[in-house]
Structures are given as structure tokens and as C-alpha cells.
Design a protein around this ligand. Structure first.
Ligand SMILES: Cc1cc2nc3c(=O)[nH]c(=O)nc-3n(C[C@H](O)[C@H](O)[C@H](O)COP(=O)(O)OP(=O)(O)OC[C@H]3O[C@@H](n4cnc5c(N)ncnc54)[C@H](O)[C@@H]3O)c2cc1C
Length: 382
């Protein structure tokens, strides 16, 4: 489905697919079992431009539009969602927060490093006691002369043990969401400890961590945006992040469809390819429709961003639909594969395990519905 893609957009997508087929697909099962991708892939992805997409050239990025970004995220999701998360957290959530809210000095310091992945970033919002209700987070930053001292704990932080810089959201006053401020914290700052969260259902190739902040001292120059603006920065950034999640989910659905078609046309039962059975075609048809519908929602959102139009609700719709579709498609893909789908010889079991978190992070499906409901009714259910 190539609805009005430019030659450049198609060229990047083809380049990305070719690269990932060679460098990621043959290794993804091993990375999954070893609970870590080979970090050499990060440098290779950076060389291809994955981390620099949508970061302007003047800050060391490769520029580019959000439709291209969406295509790149789709290809990453199709190949290995663990890789998609590494890119979209580091250059997406952290890079874009700096691009849109950082001082000129912060942009010049961090963006070239994030765009080339010589530095990885992590996004520290969630805490043990606050996930969906992030505006009530309890980590604290207290002013001490020209510094800030941070104390608290973060949970489930992607890239947490690999990152060189953490974007940490901490409370600077008791004024609810308006009392949250953002800080760029180098992870080698004394008092900053990251501990790996193991035993995840999926996304096993990617680092997920608990962060402990114990008297972490940073200068005021590490503050991102104004005091009290942190929650707005986080929510604005997550809107764009949802486009990345949605696009990655399109890749999962597409991967499930391709794997199912390949298997169903090869596997014979009752003397015929199982693709000839109507009930198997039913499963495949649903995947095909979901792939198109999810992709169109993601592209619509990307196009709105590129045109400078409001895109928040479109991002919620794309994320809600695509993440639920990814779980549905992966589940159906296992059904098409029968018992073979339950083991690692085919990618579909991994697709299901990786897809499952997509309806949870960057705003659960319930939270997306509340955001869409608020946009439709003008009434907030929060
Ligand atoms: C692998 C992984 C990676 C992650 N990476 C990051 C990261 O990089 N940075 C980061 O900050 N966080 C990250 N997270 C955290 C993630 O964003 C949260 O898990 C998510 O926001 C949900 O929060 P919670 O887990 O506390 O669930 P809760 O908020 O406790 O929700 C539990 C259930 O209650 C429902 N619920 C909550 N409030 C409402 C409501 N008002 N109405 C209806 N239903 C409601 C939810 O939909 C859900 O079904 C990651 C999580 C995972 C698993």
C-alpha cells in the first residue's frame, strides 16, 4: 500500500527493510533469548540515519518528515520491536523533548550525540506508584543554590541501563501536574543508579530498568524547559511517541501477515495448502485489513504533524487501533501456524509477546480512549 509516498520516502523504506533483513532478522530470536540485542546494531542503525530522522541537520540529524519516520518505525517493528523501542525512546522521546523545549546550549550539546547514537537517552516518567496517573509522580527536585538535588525512583524505563542521559521528571512543588519539572541528568552523576528489570514477557532484547535517584545533584542548566512545565513537556512528547508506537505496531501486523501467508501457502493438510481453507483465509483477511487500517491511521497522524496541524487525538486513535490490531494479528498468526507458531522457529510467538506491551505503554488503551472521549465530548474523565 504506497499511498502518495514520495520517491525519497520509498527509498528510505526500502533501504531500511533491506538493512534490517540482513542485520536484524537473522539475529532477533537469539537476541530475544539472550535478553539483549548486540549493541553493535545501534551504531549500524545510526549510520543509516534511524536515530537522526526528524532531528534537523543543523543539530547533527538527517532531517526528514514524519511520514518517513513512520515508515522507519514500521520497518523496525516488522523486524524487531526491541530495536524500534531503542530508537524511538532515545531520539524520539528524549531527542524531541530537547528539540522542542531545550535551550540552544542543550540542543547543541545533546542532539548531535543522540542523532548519531553516540549517546543513548532514556525517558524517566513512570514510577512504582504512578503510571497512568503520571501527573502525581513523587520523585522530588529541590533547589540548592544554583543546583537541583533529585531524589526518587523510576520504573520500567526503556534504555535505562544503557543510556548516557536520562530525561527525568521530578516534582518541584506540590501543585499536581503543574508542579513537575524536567531535567537532563547524565547517568554517571553520583547518586544515579540503574538496575535491569528482567523476566519481561516481550521486548527482551531491549534494556528496561528501575532508576534510583539518591541525592543526584545537577546544575540549573540541566533543567529542560521552565519550572513546572515538565508534565506538559512529557505529554506533548508522548503524543509524537504514540505515532512511533502505532507505526511499530503496523510493522508487527505486516510481519504477521507475511509470515502467515508464507506458512499457509506452504503447509498442507487434508491434501491441500491450508491457505485454501476459508477459515484460514478469514484469519489472514482480518490481518490484511488491520494492516491497512492501522497504517492509514499512522500515516494520517504523521501527515498532520508534517503539515503543522493538531495531531494529538489522531495519535491516540492510531496508537489505540494499531496496538490492539498488533495483539489481534499476532494471536491470529499463531493460529494460522498451529503448533509451529508456539515455538521459536517462526517469528509469530515473538510478535505476540512484543505486541502485548504496546497496549500498555505510552498510555494504555483505556487512557487513549479517555483522551479520544475527551476530544469528542469536551469532558475529561480523568
Ligand atoms: C516494557 C516497558 C517499557 C516501558 N518504558 C517506559 C519508559 O521508557 N519510560 C516511562 O516513563 N515508562 C515506561 N513504561 C511504563 C509504562 O508507560 C506504564 O506501564 C504505563 O503507562 C501504565 O502504567 P502502569 O503500569 O502503572 O499501570 P496503571 O496506571 O496502574 O494501570 C493499570 C490498569 O488500570 C487502568 N487505568 C488506570 N487509570 C485508569 C483510568 N483513569 N480509567 C480507566 N482505566 C484506568 C489502565 O488502563 C490499566 O489497565 C514502560 C513499561 C513497560 C512494560
Amino acid at each position: 500500500m504506497d499511498l502518495s509516498l514520495t520517491e525519497d520516502q520509498q527509498a528510505f523504506r526500502d533501504l531500511a527493510r533491506d538493512f534490517l533483513e540482513r542485520e536484524a532478522v537473522p539475529h532477533r530470536m537469539r537476541w530475544d533469548r539472550e535478553e539483549s540485542v548486540d549493541l553493535a546494531i545501534v551504531r549500524k542503525m545510526a549510520d543509516l540515519g534511524f536515530f537522526g530522522l526528524t532531528i534537523p541537520e543543523e543539530y547533527g540529524g538527517v532531517g526528514g518528515d514524519y511520514v518517513t519516520y513512520s515508515l522507519a518505525m514500521e520497518e523496525l517493528g516488522r523486524a524487531d520491536s526491541a530495536l524500534r523501542g531503542i530508537v524511538s525512546v532515545s531520539s524520539g522521546l528524549v531527542g524531541k523533548s530537547i528539540l522542542f523545549h531545550g535551550s540552544e546550549e542543550q540542543k547543541r550539546e545533546w542532539l548531535p550525540q543522540l542523532a548519531t547514537a553516540s549517546t543513548l537517552g532514556c525517558f524517566g516518567l513512570t514510577e512504582p506508584g504512578t503510571g497512568s496517573d503520571a501527573g502525581n509522580l513523587t520523585s522530588r527536585a529541590v533547589r540548592d543554590g544554583s543546583d537541583w538535588v533529585l531524589d526518587g525512583q523510576k520504573l520500567f524505563i526503556t534504555n535505562g541501563t544503557w543510556a548516557h542521559v536520562a530525561l527525568v521528571f521530578a516534582r518541584t512543588s506540590d501543585d499536581g501536574p503543574r508542579g513537575v519539572t524536567a531535567f537532563l541528568v547524565p547517568t554517571d552523576t553520583p547518586g544515579f543508579v540503574a538496575r535491569e528489570v528482567t523476566g519481561k514477557l516481550g521486548l527482551r532484547g531491549q534494556a528496561t530498568a528501575e532508576l534510583f535517584l539518591d541525592g543526584v545533584r545537577v546544575p540549573d542548566a540541566a533543567r529542560l524547559g521552565e519550572v513546572g512545565q515538565g508534565f506538559r513537556i512529557a505529554m506533548g512528547t508522548l503524543d509524537k511517541g504514540r505515532l512511533a508506537v502505532a507505526s511499530g505496531c503496523v510493522g508487527i501486523v505486516q510481519g504477521c501477515l507475511e509470515a502467515s501467508v508464507a506458512y499457509a501457502t506452504r503447509r498442507t493438510q487434508f491434501g491441500k495448502p491450508i491457505a485454501s481453507f476459508q477459515l484460514v483465509q478469514d484469519l489472514i483477511a482480518d490481518m490484511s485489513v488491520d494492516a491497512d487500517a492501522a497504517r492509514l491511521l499512522a500515516w494520517r497522524c504523521a501527515d498532520l504533524v508534517d503539515r503543522g496541524e493538531p495531531y494529538g487525538t489522531a495519535a491516540s486513535k492510531a496508537k489505540l487501533f494499531a496496538s490492539e490490531a498488533a495483539v489481534r494479528a499476532a494471536n491470529n498468526a499463531i493460529q494460522v501456524h498451529g503448533g509451529a507458531g508456539y515455538v521459536d522457529d517462526f517469528p509469530v510467538a515473538k510478535y505476540l509477546r512484543d505486541a502485548r506491551v504496546m497496549t500498555l505503554y505510552e498510555g494504555t488503551s483505556q487512557i487513549q480512549k479517555l483522551l479520544i472521549g475527551r476530544a469528542e465530548t469536551g469532558v475529561s474523565a480523568f
